[in-house]
Each structure stands twice: as structure tokens, then as C-alpha cells.
Design a protein around this ligand. Sequence first.
Ligand SMILES: NC(=O)c1ccc[n+]([C@@H]2O[C@H](COP(=O)([O-])OP(=O)(O)OC[C@H]3O[C@@H](n4cnc5c(N)ncnc54)[C@H](O)[C@@H]3O)[C@@H](O)[C@H]2O)c1
Ligand SMILES: [Fe+2]
Length: 395
Amino acid sequence: MIPRYFEYYNSVRVVAGKHALGRLPEELLRLGVSRPILITDKGVVNAGLIDIVKEHIEGSGVTIGATYDDTPVDSSIHAVNAVADIYRETGCDSIIAVGGGSVIDTAKGVNIVLSENTDDLMKFRGNNRVRAVMKPFAVIPTTGGTGSEVTTAAVISNPDENIKMQFTTPLMLPDFTILDPAMTRTMPPGITAATGMDALTHAIESYMSIQRNPVSDEFAFTAIRLIMENLPVAVSDGANEDARLAIANAAMIAGVAFSNAMVGVVHAVAHAVGGVCHVPHGIANAIILPHGMEFNLPKVRDAVAGMLLPLAGPDVYASTPKKRRAEKAIETVREFAKELNRLSGLPLCLEDAGVRREQLDRVARVAINDGASHFNPIEIEYKDAIGILVRAYGA
Ligand SMILES: NC(=O)c1ccc[n+]([C@@H]2O[C@H](COP(=O)([O-])OP(=O)(O)OC[C@H]3O[C@@H](n4cnc5c(N)ncnc54)[C@H](O)[C@@H]3O)[C@@H](O)[C@H]2O)c1
Ligand SMILES: [Fe+2]
């Protein structure tokens, strides 16, 4: 199905492969910068990854102007302001984010604050409110993952209100990203599984979105297939570089898909679960995903049926009767999460993720106001969100 009208855009230069990190100095010099700030978090530092990045920069003519490693999980507007102050005080000229989505989105927020010369990030909340030309910006993802290295979005929490705020603008896209399996091999199995399920959710939601298009569909299909084939290996054998590289690529490809097609009900509910109950983003998505697919089924049965091919492979697709393919696709997603649960302890229901039943009402109210809900094929009302949450509560 070709839509009557669509737009596709992605400007990020992708440098991907084993030892791709060796290209970092050259890529920075190409941007004409010499004093980047490194933004990261404690987990990434403790995994030794910042040392590796610094080793690649030493002697190249580029000097690290400052390193900020206090990024909280899910970022925060306070961290964004703190980093922007450090950048100004230390005379930096560019930004390198080394980390997962929390770090990358912090860096995107910092770039807005610096480029717009403001101290009030909140003014730029929502879609396309940014106008300024951004500072040179590079991203080295360490999870696999959010795809934030190629997305026009940043999700930053406002801890004072317990909500996750979204900022979208193509101006925020990094200049380049480096995908190197050396940066993800230290990820523990639980984080590998959860962030991989985030990437799978991006691909599946892109394919169900009202804004899907032929380009995003192709990206989504490839990402789903790569994740299904490689994520269990990356979880159970973290040192497997082929699996790690495949997942890094899949997460990026899924990021391109959803940055154009957008996500829907699963992310709307997962953002709310994250904001209100502080469940990690990938875990919230993994739990809500099959319920969101079921919710959307009346409107996108053919699309869900079509996804059985990359989810389960050609043999299962061919041997499943046409009218059963959509249900089989959802069943395959459920079985996949169970496999990851056996390999890494990935929680399968909200109760196991630490959510309290009395929080569901508040989560549902936050979910229906989440920006992701605008692109879902079915409008989400309170009764729908609470229905999904109740079904996802117990195993
Ligand atoms: N901007 C977007 O397009 C987009 C898309 C999806 C999600 N998000 C946001 O991204 C955030 C989640 O990001 P995430 O899932 O990548 O996790 P994360 O960045 O929160 O990291 C999770 C934990 O893993 C640790 N870690 C990261 N890489 C590691 C490595 N290689 N080795 C060891 N430890 C490592 C971190 O220190 C952290 O403790 C959420 O806030 C979510 O809303 C943004
Ligand atoms: Fe996500």
C-alpha cells in the first residue's frame, strides 16, 4: 500500500562495523571541531567505555573539553541544564554522547538549550518548536536500543511532575553515529534484552502506524528480522560480536523507521509506565507490546499478519493459514519475550516489573495524553489504556 502522500528524511551519517570507533577522530575533524564535551553516565564509565573512546581520540588533534557522567536514567531537565552550563564554562565546541537513550536524549536536550541560547528547555517541548542551527553532535550508542542516534526525538523526564516529555525536530539529528560492537558487548543480559525489545517495539509500531510509508516499512521489516535472529544470542553470549553488531544495526534501522512513521499505543502506555512507576523503557515496552498489537488488530489485521514473515521466518509464515497469521504474529512476540525471560529474567507483566495496582489509574490518565498516541491507528481513550494495563498487570 503506497500512501497518497508521505515524507521520509534521515540525514545521519552512519559508520558501522567492528573497529568502526577508529574513525571517530576523522569524523570529528570533518565537522571542523576540536573541543567536544563527552556526555555519558556512571554505568558506561564503569564498563570502561569512556576509556576506550578517549584512547581513540588521544593524539588526534581533538581535545575533550569536559566529561559529564552524572546523567540519570531517563535523563532529566536538571541534568540538561547542568551540562549546558559546563559546556559554556569550559569553552567546548561540540557534543559527543556515549551511552544509551538516556545519555543521547540528554545530549539532544543540551544541544537545544545551547543552540537556542536559553535556560528553559520546557519552551521547546512538543513538535518542531526549535529553530536554531544545532551544535556539531556525534553519538556513540552503547545500548541496542532506542535508535535515538538516528531519531528526531528526545524523551526527557521532568522529575518534578513525574512525566516524560517529548521533543521532536529534525534539527536535533546527530551529524554522525558510530556503531561498534565494542561499545555494546559490556551490556548485561537484562539490559540487552530490554533495550532489544524497545527496538523491536519501534519496528512493530512503525509498521502499524498511520504514518507508515514504503521506506519505513522496509526498515521495519529488516529490523524485526535482525532482532528475532540475533537478540537471544546477544543476550546469552554477550561477547558475540556478530550478534552485537547485528543488534546495533537493527536498533538504528528501527530508529530510522519510527523516526519517520512514529510509534503508537505501546509507547504511549510505556512512557506513562516509565514516568509514573519508573519501569525502564525497554521493559515497559516488552510487557505492553503484545497487548498493544491485540488492541490495534481490528484496524491493522493485515499489517500484523504481514509481520509474521520477519517475526517467524518464511516456513512458519507459509504454513500458517492466512486468517491465523495475525494471531500467530502476536503469539510469536509473546514466545520471544518468554525466551528472553528464561535467558535474562526479562519481566513479563507489570506486577513483576514492580508496578503497584493502585498506580494503574494514574498511568492510564498520563498515557492518553502522550504524544505517541496521535499516530496509533485507533484512538486511545481512558477505558482502552486501563484495559491494556489491567491485562498486562498479571502474568
Ligand atoms: N529519543 C528516542 O528516539 C528514544 C527512543 C526510545 C527510547 N528513548 C528513551 O531512552 C531511554 C532509555 O534508554 P536505554 O534503553 O538505551 O537505556 P539507558 O540509557 O537508560 O541505560 C540503561 C542502563 O544501562 C547502562 N548501560 C548502557 N550501556 C551500557 C553498556 N554498554 N555496558 C554496561 N552498561 C550499560 C547505563 O549506565 C544505564 O544504567 C528512555 O528514557 C527512553 O524514553 C528515546
Ligand atoms: Fe522506545
